[in-house]
Design a protein around this ligand. Structure first.
Ligand code: ZN
Ligand code: ZN
Length: 58
């Protein structure tokens, strides 16, 4: 078995900047792919609406 690349691990890792979310920055989860992003990395979308990231929107 191959080791799973941490980039593909659906942890609380911002998939925009690659930094792990440490709880100090607000994060939002893509409704489609379940990846996490810092709010400030994705232009602070409205958290009330379901969010889909740039990849899923495209
Ligand atoms: Zn980020
Ligand atoms: Zn997505």
């Amino acid at each position: 078995m191959w080791d799973i690349c941490p980039e593909n691990d659906l942890t609380e890792l911002c998939h925009n900047c690659g930094e792990k979310s440490n709880g100090q920055k607000k994060t939002i989860q893509c409704d489609v792919c379940d990846r996490w992003f810092h709010m400030q990395c994705v232009q602070e979308p409205d958290p009330i609406k379901s969010y889909s990231c740039a990849v899923c929107t495209f």
